[in-house]
Design a protein around this ligand. Structure first.
Ligand SMILES: [Zn+2]
Length: 443
């Protein structure tokens, strides 16, 4: 809707009405009694390992049985998960129709992964799946202390403000959701104070944002030695990877806890951080296997997330290799009391990397900008071997000296012979979904 001519040509007041009406319709479809009931069921079992275990086993069995009975790709397998093959995006893309269930579906909604490599994967799901997903989102919001009616801010990938618009307001209001929606596409340094003001004036209590968008605001506050001027209960992030450093930065500058959510459109795993900052594998959302994948830089064990989705019987994926990694934790349980297993952290999507001087892929780049003043954001672009362009948003403190420091840091991580250039830009590159990659490698 947001890219339609009618929306783009309407005055802001009409855009607010169009957007609010759309939100109301979506809310009515998703957040019905069934959703509410399911949310309560999910909340009820998270502190009881016996009930949760039974729920997980029952759902896994049902998933496998249904897949075997109604899905061509799985019809020859036993009811034992271990006999199923590992699959991945390429395998699913090459056998698209064979994963479709023959069961009656009603309304089918299609969505695509925004994957960084290869063709996007189109995944159909039925209304039940959409409602179940909503119940998990609602439980996530409950973890973050959100109560119905709280004032929210939303800074994600919706193109609610046409790209051509160069003047504030870069936000719209969704009346029935009591929510201010701010554009991720207009976050150039000169506009950032107006974003902060708009949220504070609205009296936002909970923020739902892409990590890159809220980090942009937190960095802005940091370089100006300021803190968010309002009182916020929590910030909920998802859809991009969030480093520990950035999480800490957001929590410091907004004076609240960040609840981060890892999920993917394939719906084969969900991992959520709680009020104690631990990442919990949600074993009622999917069955997750962790395949050993070597060691992290600090010597701890790394594992690949392989998941079986509980919540899309219309397009079941079993033992799906995500290509995403976690670092294992040695903590057996969390002070929050929830019984879901814990992982230490989720490593950046494996798509985000650069090729270093020695030909190795380097995934973790977040240490590079450390200690460089005046930096609001940085993004690494590599189009040729041995050449890296660092796109930078900054303020006046980003002097020549700081620039040289950033070049040195980059070389230190990727190789001394690397040709590193810095380009100051108004806005870093976002995908059409509004996501921002730390590294763009076209090799
Ligand atoms: Zn916890």
């Amino acid at each position: 809707m947001f890219t339609s001519k009618i929306y783009k040509k309407s005055p802001v007041s009409i855009q607010n009405i169009l957007l609010s009406t759309r939100a109301l319709v979506r809310k009515k479809l998703r957040e019905n009694n069934k959703c509410e009931q399911y949310t309560q069921e999910l909340i009820a079992h998270e502190y009881d390992s016996e009930i949760l275990g039974k729920y997980h086993d029952k759902t896994l069995h049902k998933t496998i049985k249904q897949a075997r009975n109604t899905v061509e790709y799985y019809k020859s397998y036993d009811l034992n998960l271990k006999t199923f093959p590992f699959i991945d995006k390429l395998e699913v893309n090459s056998n698209k129709d064979k994963f479709l269930s023959s069961k009656k579906s009603g309304t089918v909604i299609k969505g695509a992964t925004s994957g960084t490599t290869g063709a996007p994967l189109v995944i159909p799901q039925d209304m039940e799946s959409v409602i179940t997903e909503q119940a998990f989102i609602n439980r996530g919001l409950a973890w973050a202390g959100f109560k119905e009616g709280d004032k929210r801010a939303w800074i994600r990938g919706d193109m609610i403000v046409p790209l051509e618009q160069k003047k504030a307001p870069f936000w719209r209001y969704s009346y029935f959701e009591n929510m201010i929606m701010l554009s991720s596409f207009h976050m150039v340094p000169n506009n950032l104070q107006s974003y902060i003001n708009a949220m504070a004036e609205f009296g936002v209590q909970v923020i739902q944002a892409y990590p890159s968008s809220i980090v942009t605001l937190a960095k802005y506050l940091e370089v100006n030695n300021e803190y968010y001027p309002g009182e916020i209960k929590s910030i909920v992030t998802s859809s991009e990877s969030l480093t520990k450093e950035d999480k800490h930065l957001i929590e410091t500058r907004f004076k609240c806890t960040v609840f981060d959510w890892y999920g993917l459109f394939e719906r084969v795993a969900a991992i959520a951080s709680c009020e104690h900052g631990r990442y919990h594998i949600l074993t009622d959302y999917a069955h997750v296997e962790l395949l050993p994948a070597g060691k992290a830089e600090d010597g701890r064990d790394r594992a690949e997330i392989v998941g079986t989705n509980f919540n899309n019987s219309f397009y079941p994926l079993i033992r799906y290799k995500t290509g995403d990694h976690v670092i294992l934790s040695d903590e057996p349980n969390c002070p929050c009391g929830r019984v879901f297993p814990i992982v230490d952290s989720i490593e950046g999507r494996t798509g985000d990397y650069l090729i270093a001087e020695d030909g190795q892929k380097v995934h973790i780049l977040n240490h590079i900008p450390k200690g460089v003043s005046g930096l609001l954001g940085a993004q690494f672009v590599q189009k040729e071997h041995m050449k890296i362009e660092v796109l930078v948003t900054c303020n006046n403190d980003f002097t020549t000296e700081q620039k040289l420091k950033l070049i040195d840091n980059t070389k230190e991580r990727l190789g001394n012979k690397m040709d590193v250039t810095i380009t100051i830009v108004d806005n870093l590159i976002r995908t059409k979904n509004g996501k921002m990659k730390q590294a763009i490698c076209d090799l």
